[in-house]
Design a protein around this ligand. Sequence first.
Ligand SMILES: [Zn+2]
Length: 1005
Amino acid sequence: MKKDLSRRSVLRLGALAAAAPAVGTVAAGAAGAATGGAAAAAGVAAGPLETSLPSLPVADSWQVRPFTLSQVTLGDGVFKEKRNRLLNYAREYGPSVVNGVRDDKRGPDRMLRSFRVTAGLDHKGVNPIGSWESPDGNLRGHFSGHFLTLLAQSWASTGEQIFKDKLDYMVNGLGECQDALAAQAAQPTPRVAGRNGTAIRFSGTPNGHITGDADVIKLPAGIVAGLSDFTVAAWVNLAVRDDNARLFDFGHPGDAASDTLSRMYLSVHNGGGPRFGITTSGSAGEQRIEATTALTAGQWAHVAIVKSGGTGTIYVNGVAAGTSALSLSPSDLGSTSDNWIGRAQYPQVNIKFLNGLVDDFQIFGRGLSPEEITAVVADAASAGADSRVAWYRFDEAPGPTITDSSGNGRHGEFFGATDGRRHPGFLSAYTEAQFIRLEEFTTYSGTGIWAPYYTLHKIMRGLIDAHHLTGNERALEIVKKMGDWVHSRLSTVSRDRLNRMWSLHIAGEYGGSNENLAHLAAIETDPERSARYLVAAKAFDNRRTVLPAAIEDRDVLTGIHVNQHVPQFTGYLRIYEQDTEANAEYYTAAQNFWNMIIPQRMFSHGSAGGQYGAAPGRPANTNPELFQPRGDISESLHYQSATSGSSSGGGETCSTYNLLKLTRNLYFHDPDPAFMDYYERGLTNHILGSRRDNDSASDPQVTYFLPAHPGATRGFGNNGTCCGGTGMENHTKYQETIYAQSADGSTLYVNLYIASTLTWAEKGFTVTQVTDFPRQDSTSVTIDGSGPLKVLLRVPFWATRGFTIKVNGAAVAGTPEPGTYFALDRTWAAGDRIDISMPFGLRTERALDDPQVESIFNGPVVLPALNAQRAWRTFSFYSRLKLDGDLTAAVTPLEEPNFFATHGHTLRPLYVGINEAHHVYYKRVEPKVVFGSIDSGVSNEARDDDGDSFLDKVWAAAPFQGHGEFVARVEAVASDWQAAGRFTRRERQNVIVAASKAQSELRVE
Ligand SMILES: [Zn+2]
């Protein structure tokens, strides 16, 4: 574990009386800032009954374990204020009150709407959610999954009944949808009246060109292998004469992007009539026959393609309608694996599916003569019997099997929305089509697919949370069936194909689906079913590039999607936990991956990802959701400042959500305080700052991006988007990492200084923390209960101005070191009190790639400068410093905690959720070696290997006890500077003389 975070340029500077508001804002009882609604008025229960809840799976490999959400309640403070705004949304979304009448089902009904429509159930007339949750949106359902988690977390946090009622209602609604979808899938596909007996009805291209909603038939592999001459003949009755719709297409998997497909096909219409094509090198190498007789919609027509010798002929109704030389034969295609009736190889968005009836589809192993074709038109059985390869009459009973009547046993399989062959556990707000198309490498395009397994992850996670956080058993049944369905789909997909699927940008984004499946494996008691869940979890391994590179500690992150990849590594940890020896590489990968981001790609508020410019061998990137190059912080900010919209860039809020989740899970395995230093940074800055400080019943009022470039703004809202979804979760689980316990229960970790109460019934302790942190730089922890317990207090990396601990008023011996835990190992008595003071102090942090680009912090709190200009702010501090080196000489504290002013700008903590343009970073400009108003005339622009200027080096030693100590420091650094060739002898002399003259300038007043 690297502790680079504490290596940043840190100025240890003055105490800030203004940062310490009075203690004593604790109020027991009802949720203070919660607003509105009968439910709020009905009061808050004492707390959820954690004893009755199913326990979360605990891995043997965890050195520390979390407490559940219901074991920790939030006390008053900024975290609870933000939390309560989301509780209000959870109660009131719908809206719950229309014309004075309250209906708490309206919100849940809106969340269920698309699920019910898909399952053919009554959607109760409610409006769709909108945004990414529009009725035809390809990500629909994801937000409902997050809403389940919101309700589960809200109930676990407060015990307020309305959340449980809404959650149970939604879970039951989803269960009804799952049952209805299973009943639909179990219905056999009907055969309809045909040309001869019955026929198959192909439904064409419903719902935006989606495979899986369209009916298709798959014939056995190699069905035309080895043939040189051949005939394919069938009756068709088109409902719609769609260009390019295929009667058949026999070939090999490929994709349209590279178009190296090897295939033979007959389309029902291209130009003048049907077209036959055959190729071993994509469309460019295609040999074609074009028929001049068009098929007519609504009429039966007989179509045949015959190859005999070097010539091919298309017949329509027994009459030759087009002929051409053909040198390619089916034998040139090898043994084709994907042989379809009714669709093309790997359709992309512009390819239509066959829309019409097909009857008596026959394949012969030679070219039938014109007379034989005439005979076959009159009677399908009358010719070619000696060479018949397969004959599909469609006269069999309804069901997925398409019988081969040739006697050769080459039965086909029918794939359709209702074909009785799908696994009954499927549940989504759309059909299985997107999952099927992903297996065909359909790319994210807005009209094809979005990210089906991402959406599935949210729904499954919501159900898992409903189970673990509220004890809902139905939720567990539903999600286990969904897990069975995932296994049924992915266990038949080859490893090569899976690798390619998960490498697709956005389309292959699967959230933490592997986390969900490994979670089910951990809690499932039937060993066979558990093993299947683990197989399904590992099916999500991203083995093409990212996982193997992470295992080998090769950094390949530049230009890949941040939020697509971070949650995969939380899933890898879950897989590792199932068998730590066999799966050791997953843990290695997760550790390495984290270190590639923190701090290498981390902005000061904790997020990662952004635009960047072109460089040799690397194109520019204008998508702010992608990882920027390693170490590229200021470069990315510069580029965003020039190219980005004001409210994009600087990291997606989802990405920080997932980085915190990964961090927390790594921490369970290795309780390194560096993990919690990062966790505190992301939580206290990006996450707190992502919620606007006003209530809304219609919208979670959270950010998508939280941009850090000059003059950036926050766009609050996001009902229906990814960040709206994770945003609902972020603010209702602030308590989850405040405390942790060692695996043996002997040690309590106090990780975060957030007002809260931990009820640790198992050990008989109740731990109450009272603080307004981060608006206060101290906390008090009261322990109720008695007995031995080791308490580890986290000493934050930024606590360089001291971290003093008193127990029952008496100072504790020892020197707490920043970036460590400090142990209090004793036998406690009820009412024992620990008081901790951790003066914040102003400090600056440089961008990794530019010593002049900085953020300023007060302790853990980043302080953006408010200003709407898109140009960089330039700040100079050194000329104003006194011997104590306290930055407050240059940056003036204002009345409110964590508010300051400098250079005519207000510095306001990012957690204040008001939308004004800000500068999270500014340029530090210190061109001359000056002490107060005394200018040495020497340039301060030379830098050492760490990027430090002469003045950086001098002031790093502050505070100074007296002027003599200061001059000695200047002399020592100037001598080093001269020895390194950065100063001449005269320059060295000049800076020492100037420092000597500055006695009154530097005096602390
Ligand atoms: Zn997002």
